[in-house]
Structure formats: structure tokens, C-alpha cells
Design a protein around this ligand. Structure first.
Ligand SMILES: *[C@@H]1O[C@H](CO)[C@@H](O)[C@H](O)[C@H]1NC(C)=O
Ligand SMILES: *[C@@H]1O[C@H](CO)[C@@H](O)[C@H](O)[C@H]1NC(C)=O
Ligand SMILES: *[C@@H]1O[C@H](CO)[C@@H](O)[C@H](O)[C@H]1NC(C)=O
Ligand SMILES: *[C@@H]1O[C@H](CO)[C@@H](O)[C@H](O)[C@H]1NC(C)=O
Ligand SMILES: *[C@@H]1O[C@H](CO)[C@@H](O)[C@H](O)[C@H]1NC(C)=O
Ligand SMILES: *[C@@H]1O[C@H](CO)[C@@H](O)[C@H](O)[C@H]1NC(C)=O
Length: 222
């Protein structure tokens, strides 16, 4: 699902990056640190992450954790993190930065709160899918999200986000699926082009959004 759009480009870029940074001796320690950091950062009242046992000395083990997909089952390099509907509580886990080849992050339908980090693009640089929907995130949508240039899917709906949507999000050229519905957003929406697959549904149930494909803005928004 995450691999729709242009998976090959992402694959090539990530592989190249891996080679460049890691050479032939790339450890998996950072991915282990990543998942440890995520587990430490989140309250897990229903125990979904108890299978995340870091005391297992088997060579490859994190790929068997609940919600984790790896690039290759023989290598602890995380491809996707899928932790929706787990009742997880806490702030956005910045430890995801240590999952250096992550392309899909789904934290939807939990109880996460606080701001989306201002430097989100440093944390999920290669993400092609980012789903933070149905949580309790507040504050503004960071303009830095526009630096996540591989995003195909960006779901921020059903949170408590406020302020304007950064116009720069229209710079994400691969974006096919985008939703900020059911937030507290105001002002002009980004212009994704006349033929964009992004429709008015993406913006439903906000108190004051305007501009194509919604109604035109009043002149106070320039
Ligand atoms: C360690 O990992 C291996 C491979 O996934 C698994 O078969 C084994 O049950 C794990 N041991 C513990 C104590 O979790
Ligand atoms: C990444 O892992 C290292 C080593 O455990 C840790 O010191 C660092 O804080 C982690 N980075 C983030 C952003 O959590
Ligand atoms: C992101 O910003 C926070 C403060 O807002 C800072 O603590 C953290 O080190 C930054 N992380 C990166 C990867 O730049
Ligand atoms: C969301 O956050 C608000 C405070 O900002 C709090 O009152 C509310 O209970 C939270 N809702 C959930 C579902 O966690
Ligand atoms: C986003 O990318 C632009 C252009 O490369 C850069 O100037 C800016 O500092 C980046 N934003 C962040 C928060 O890293
Ligand atoms: C938008 O779609 C119309 C009709 O399908 C087409 O003629 C036009 O060239 C498209 N415009 C862009 C910018 O792709």
C-alpha cells in the first residue's frame, strides 16, 4: 500500500543512501535504538508492544515485532511501522529518526498529543506514507512537512490542529492522498493544481478553510 506511486525511485534513493552512509558494515543498531526509543516514549496500556522484547540475542529479531515490516526478513532494517488502534499515549516519538530507512509510519487511531515536531522532515526523511490521523495532535502543521518530498500519502485528519495549512505542502509533487479533515484549521488551502486528486473531502469539518477546491477566500486572506 505504501509502495504505490513510484516505489522504484524511493527504493533506489534509499538503497543509494544506505550504501553511501553505511558502506558494507552498516549496523542494525540504529533500528534497534529506534524501536526501543519508540517503546520507551509511548504508554501502552493494552500491552500491544510487549512482543517488542529487546533481550533476544537472535541475529534478526525486530522484524518479528508486532507492527514492524523490514526491507528484508534477514536484516533488521525497518521499512514500515504500523501501530494503529493500539491505544498508545504520548507525544510524537522522535526516536523514529533512528529508523533510517523507514518509508511508512502509521500511528493513526491512538491517543497521541502535543505538536507535530517542527523538524519532522529530519525524523521521517524518506517517508512515502505518514498517517497521524485520529489522535489528539495540536498546534500548527509544520511547514517543514513540505521537505518530506517522497510523501504519497499524508493523513492528519481527526486531530486538533490549528492555524493555517502551509501553502508549501503543494511542493510535495508525489502527494496523491492528503487529508486534514476534522481539525480546527483556518485560511487558504494549498493549491495542488486544477487536476489534483485532492478534493474538498480532504478539508471537511474545519471552521474556516477556503480556496480551490473550496469556496474562494475573502480578501482578508491574501
Ligand atoms: C527470539 O527470537 C526468535 C526468532 O524470532 C524467536 O523464535 C524466539 O522465540 C525469541 N525468544 C524470545 C525469548 O523472545
Ligand atoms: C538514536 O539512538 C541513539 C542511541 O541510542 C540515541 O542516543 C538518540 O537519542 C536517538 N535519537 C533520537 C532522535 O531519539
Ligand atoms: C528536532 O527539534 C527538537 C526540538 O524541537 C530537538 O530537540 C531535536 O534534537 C531536533 N531533532 C532533529 C533530528 O533535528
Ligand atoms: C485531547 O487533549 C485535550 C487537551 O488538549 C484533552 O482535554 C482531551 O481529553 C484529549 N482527548 C483525548 C481523546 O485524549
Ligand atoms: C526545508 O528545506 C529547505 C530547502 O532545502 C531548507 O532551507 C529548510 O531549512 C528545510 N527546513 C527544515 C526545517 O529543515
Ligand atoms: C487537466 O485535465 C484536462 C482534461 O483532462 C487536460 O486537458 C489538462 O491538460 C490537464 N491540466 C494539467 C495541468 O494537467
Amino acid at each position: 500500500m505504501v509502495l504505490n506511486g513510484r516505489p522504484l525511485t524511493v527504493l533506489v534513493v534509499v538503497s543509494f543512501w544506505l550504501l553511501l552512509i553505511c558502506g558494507l558494515s552498516c549496523g542494525v543498531q540504529s533500528d534497534i535504538d529506534c524501536l526501543k526509543g519508540i517503546k520507551d516514549a509511548l504508554e501502552d496500556p493494552y500491552g500491544y508492544l510487549t512482543s517488542w522484547n529487546f533481550n533476544n540475542n537472535t541475529e534478526v529479531f525486530i522484524c518479528k515485532f508486532t507492527g514492524i515490516d523490514c526491507w528484508n526478513p534477514d536484516e533488521n532494517k525497518v521499512l514500515n511501522i504500523r501501530l494503529s488502534y493500539m491505544g498508545l499515549k504520548g507525544q510524537f516519538p522522535s526516536a523514529v529518526k533512528n529508523c533510517t530507512t523507514l518509508i511508512g509510519l502509521d500511528l493513526s487511531n491512538n491517543k497521541l498529543f502535543g505538536n507535530i515536531p517542527q523538524n519532522i522532515s529530519n525524523l521521517v526523511r524518506f517517508a512515502s506514507s505518514l498517517d497521524l490521523s485520529s489522535n489528539n495532535f495540536s498546534g500548527q502543521i509544520p511547514v517543514d512537512l513540505s521537505n518530506c518530498s517522497y510523501l504519497n500519502v499524508l493523513k492528519l485528519d481527526h486531530n486538533k490542529l490549528t492555524g493555517q495549512i502551509p501553502a508549501e505542502l503543494s511542493l510535495i509533487s508525489r502527494l496523491k492522498q492528503f487529508s486534514v479533515a476534522n481539525n480546527l484549521l483556518t485560511g487558504p488551502v494549498p493549491y495542488f493544481g486544477a487536476n489534483s486528486s485532492i478534493t474538498a473531502d480532504s478539508y471537511a469539518n474545519n471552521p474556516g478553510l477556503c480556496g480551490f477546491p473550496l469556496d474562494p477566500c475573502q480578501s482578508t486572506w491574501t
